[in-house]
Design a protein around this ligand. Structure first.
Ligand SMILES: C[S@@+](CC[C@H](N)C(=O)[O-])C[C@H]1O[C@@H](n2cnc3c(N)ncnc32)[C@H](O)[C@@H]1O
Length: 262
């Protein structure tokens, strides 16, 4: 409750300083607003994934989950109903559609997701991606459920890795060789987030995109996001409140924007 109030306060502050596309002079960011944020097209994939969500919504089975990180709202080795995970832990459709449009616009071939859960975010990334999506999940039961969802959706460009980010991230990146887009969506702790950022950066390039979930979720995540924005290797940061994006374009002066989603 206290955390929800704090987040509401942070959102009010964000609204006071965020801008719409009409105040943006950067051509790249203006294009991002036009082709990603304001794109209202209804892709076929959205209906398919909303079908998957309706199926999960009706699933009252309980599964045992091992807590791997902050922000997952799991208690240590708790059990949760699948419908509950779908509602409270999976990426909301508004953000999933945004992930889809980012992939559709910038065409990353090697995509990595940290935190699969039931595979909802993975599906949004994978449906838009002509290459492959690697996704890492620590909880075996969740990874099994996600695998069943990918089979049901006949999504063949997803590579699952099961185990902690700490053990799986480096081998996964080595296998990928380079990473075009990373969605950081698990273990929302400052130190861990900074470590994953550094590790992924070793495999990133000028056109890579990093997307961080829940950048206002805690003081720790706010500090991590502030440090990431300030990092000299980041050329552009976009704060959408629930998500933070960073880009690494060479030869550009550093820019940072807070953008309304509507
Ligand atoms: C918020 S959920 C991911 C939601 C998913 N990306 C989506 O879009 O629907 C975070 C997931 O990350 C996993 N996780 C968190 N910390 C982890 C860690 N250190 N290693 C492995 N998995 C972890 C949790 O088990 C949880 O399933």
């Amino acid at each position: 409750m206290l955390n929800s109030l704090k987040i509401a306060g942070r959102y009010l502050q964000f609204l006071l300083t965020a801008r719409t596309k009409y105040y943006i002079h950067s051509p790249f960011v203006y294009d991002f607003c036009e082709s990603v944020l304001s794109d209202r097209r209804r892709f076929y994939a959205f209906a398919d994934i909303i079908g998957l969500r309706s199926h999960l919504e009706l699933d009252t089975r309980e599964i045992a989950i091992t807590d791997y990180g902050a922000g997952s709202s799991f208690n240590k080795s708790s059990t949760r109903k699948i419908q509950d995970l779908n509602q409270k832990v999976s990426t909301p459709d508004r953000d999933g559609k945004l992930l889809f449009r980012i992939v559709d616009r910038y065409k990353p071939q090697n995509v990595l997701e940290l935190g699969t859960c039931l595979g909802v975010g993975t599906m949004y990334l994978a449906r838009a991606c002509a290459g492959k999506v690697w996704t890492i999940e620590g909880s075996e039961n969740l990874a099994d459920l996600a695998a069943a969802n990918f089979d049901m959706m006949q999504q063949e460009n997803i590579v699952q890795r099961v185990g902690s980010f700490e053990s799986q991230l480096s081998p996964c990146l080595e296998e990928m060789q380079h990473v075009d887009l990373v969605f950081f969506d698990g273990n929302h702790r400052e130190k861990a987030t900074m470590q994953y950022f550094e590790t992924c950066l070793q495999y990133a390039h000028e056109h890579s995109i990093f997307i961080f979930d829940d950048i206002y979720w805690s003081e720790g995540m706010m500090k991590a996001w502030a440090a990431i924005k300030a990092d000299a290797r980041v050329s552009l940061s976009l704060d959408l409140f629930h998500l933070g994006l960073c880009f690494f374009h060479k030869g550009k002066s550093k820019e940072d924007f807070k953008l309304y989603m509507f």
